[in-house]
Design a protein around this ligand. Structure first.
Ligand code: K7E
Ligand code: CUA
Length: 659
């Protein structure tokens, strides 16, 4: 077994070496794979719109990027888990609470798996959810504003990786732990991992009206690593499937020690059963602490509330809740086909892609066709659940998506390719190289009951010589394939932000029409909003100065402010009075230790400035908003501490005395 592992390692190394010179004999760089019509297929003429929105995770950037397909044009980077100076996310007073956790305010995250909300198993385009690995959290982005509106921390979890996938009606978004840890956390020898650490799988309910997430319950699983997950659909709706690795429960040198077992497991969770156990009171309530941050569109502000307990189910005490499906070997991807019958597992160290059958699983459970148990959880006999395997399909299978036409597409990291195969017969139909070392792939709607087919997006970890070099750090990339024919056709590759782990795409017409254009000024409930220039003012309260500032093309009101002193804490509460589409204004103040604010029409945002030196200091609009944008500026007079200069300001060119 060790030999296989070593030879796979050797192949990994070899393929990375090979990849710099064309990878696997696929011809001379990209051109070899391109036909003349490829350019036409991705050409979106100036002023025309793309057919799909693609939401591509930023991995270690912590963000979510919005691209158009088929053009690959980048429209927006939505800040989610990392601060973003461009948009003041995490810098202004309104969004700082979004990054609160039980560990304090965290400026960064590692985002992997976006998933669009569903109704009846089809994409509904209301929200998109995404996980944060490092400090476990799940975020929700509103697809009318393309803003992060909710982040909930996941307690008892560590490395929130098998996340964030939604059930057929977005009843739940789920979060699984990659690392097992002591639950509750405590001081103990790491060497006593085995049998003592636990893996928490979390179910967050989603309010069908407003999308509000709530940590419903957790299932405390044995101390394996939980890797990827997907919900059942159709007949398997009500179940959730998770791949596991390190069923050896090793705690050191996992690359060897967690590669011993011939088979790890897919954990099949009956969450409808879990609901029954919860209803029957068959759970424990564990004290814990986690942040729940919600952005309110009316106040344009986020608030943190704290959760302090969680309902926990123990599978050993809940018969019928969890079953293990033996699966070779250190599986990563866990994907369910549109019918819900097939559960596809990609064993990173297996030569084959293993497919389990949901109907066989149910039959095996009824017949108690078990080959053993682990920590009180039945292990179903492998042959009793196994539907088939795609044999010798490539090296290092990772992830699978579906086109809704009975075909599956699996990525192979080591052999750097996408392989198309047929569900049911398991025969390979086509394979195309990727450039290079592909991780996830995505077909629009490809993990729902209704995939849209047409395109496949491969997300690559390594690009080597594919783009102009930019020093030691080079871009990662996505590649677009046409999948309308029997054979796949490579159309385009384009650079991505961060490391693209996964993506979700949806036909543009499903969400473009809902896209918000402005915030209505008369609905602005920000506590420091002003709705007209006449209300603009400056107030002193001890050493705090509150500036209620407005912006409209092309001036600030007030624009001259006096009476500020060194040592004050100056709040800029800035309202954009515009009510036209696409007229944001920005603002920053010399020496401000924060980012600019970029304020949308009808919105109010706040930043704090600490005047440190006597003098006359300017502020200006940072977003080119009109022909007279450059005139959009103002001054603040800063006097010495204790000075007798009173607060005063100019409105409409007239001086106003505030005191
Ligand atoms: Cu990169 Cu889905 Cu986090 Cu596989 S995971 S590649
Ligand atoms: Cu307002 Cu530039």
């Amino acid at each position: 077994m060790k030999t296989i592992f070593k030879s796979l390692l050797a192949i990994t190394v070899l393929s990375i070496v090979l990849s710099s010179c064309g990878n696997g004999g696929s011809g001379n760089r990209a051109q070899g794979a391109l036909t003349g019509s490829a350019a036409e297929k991705v050409y979106v003429a100036p002023g025309e719109h793309d057919e799909f929105y693609a939401f591509v995770s930023g991995g270690f950037s912590g963000q979510l990027a919005v691209y158009g397909l088929p053009s690959g044009r980048l429209f927006k980077v939505i800040p989610v888990f990392s601060v973003d100076a461009e948009k003041a996310y995490g810098f202004n007073e309104e969004t700082k609470p979004m990054l609160n956790t039980s560990f304090g305010q965290i400026p960064w995250g590692d985002s992997h798996h976006p998933d669009i909300s569903q109704t009846n198993g089809e994409l509904d385009g209301r929200w998109i959810f995404i996980n944060e690995n490092n400090t476990p959290r799940i975020a929700k982005i509103d697809l009318t504003t393309f803003e992060t509106t909710e982040i909930i921390e996941i307690p008892n979890s560590a490395g929130n990786h098998s996340s964030s996938y939604v059930t057929e009606n977005t009843e739940y978004v789920i979060a699984g732990t990659r690392f097992s840890v002591p639950v509750p956390q405590r001081d103990m020898p790491i060497s006593e991992y085995k049998g003592n650490f636990k893996g928490a799988l979390s179910f967050l309910s989603v309010d069908p009206e407003n999308g509000r997430m709530d940590l419903s319950f957790q299932i405390l699983m044995p101390g394996f690593d939980y890797d990827k997950a997907h919900p059942g659909r159709g007949d398997s709706h009500g179940w959730f499937f998770y791949t596991t690795y390190n069923t050896e429960e090793a705690n050191s040198l996992l690359e060897v020690n967690a590669s011993q077992n011939d088979k790890d497991f897919i954990a099949a969770i009956n969450w409808k059963k879990a609901e029954e156990y919860i209803k029957a009171g068959n759970y424990k309530t564990m004290p814990t602490r986690y942040a729940h941050n919600i952005y309110d569109e009316e106040t344009h502000s986020a608030k943190t509330t704290w959760g302090n307990e969680v309902k926990v189910l123990d599978p050993a005490e809940c018969p019928g809740l969890v079953y293990f499906l033996p699966t070779p070997k250190s599986p990563h991807g866990c994907d369910v086909d549109p019918s819900g019958e097939y559960i596809v597992a990609s064993g990173k160290l297996s030569a084959d892609v293993t497919v389990h059958s949901f109907s066989k699983m149910i039959k095996a459970i009824e017949e108690e066709n078990f080959s053993g148990e682990a920590y009180g959880i039945p292990i179903i006999d492998f042959e009793a659940v196994h539907a088939g395997s795609v044999k010798q399909s490539g090296l290092g299978p990772l992830h699978t998506e579906f086109d809704g036409e009975g075909n599956a597409y699996t990525t192979f990291f080591i052999s750097s390719e996408v392989v198309k195969w047929k569900l049911g017969t398991w025969e390979v139909i086509d394979r195309k190289p990727t450039y290079y070392s592909v991780g996830h792939l995505m077909i629009p709607g490809g993990n729902s009951r209704k995939p849209f087919g047409k395109y496949l997006l491969a997300m690559n970890k390594i690009t080597k010589d594919r783009y102009l070099p930019t020093g030691p750090e080079v871009t990662q990339s996505a590649q677009l394939y046409d999948i309308t024919g029997e054979k796949m056709e490579l159309l385009l590759d384009f650079p991505t932000i961060g490391e693209p782990h996964y993506a979700a795409a949806i036909p543009a017409d499903m969400i473009a029409k809902n896209s918000k254009k402005i915030y209505k000024l008369d609905e602005n409930k920000h506590p420091y909003a002003v709705r007209s220039e006449a209300e603009a003012k400056v107030e002193r309260n001890g050493n705090e100065v509150h500036i209620y500032l407005t912006m409209i093309r092309s001036h600030f009101a007030p624009d001259n402010i006096e009476g500020v002193q060194v040592g004050d804490k100056v709040y800029f509460h800035v309202t954009n009075l515009e009510q036209d589409y696409d007229v944001p204004h920005g603002i920053s103040m010399i020496g401000a230790q924060t980012s600019e604010l970029l304020i949308m029409p009808g919105q109010t945002e706040t930043f704090i400035w600490y005047p440190k030196r006597v003098g006359i200091w300017p502020f200006y609009c940072t977003d080119f908003c009109s022909a007279l944008h450059q005139e959009m500026q103002g001054y603040i007079r800063v006097s010495p501490k204790g000075s007798s200069v009173p607060i005063s300001f100019t409105l409409d060119g007239d001086a106003v005395d505030a005191e």
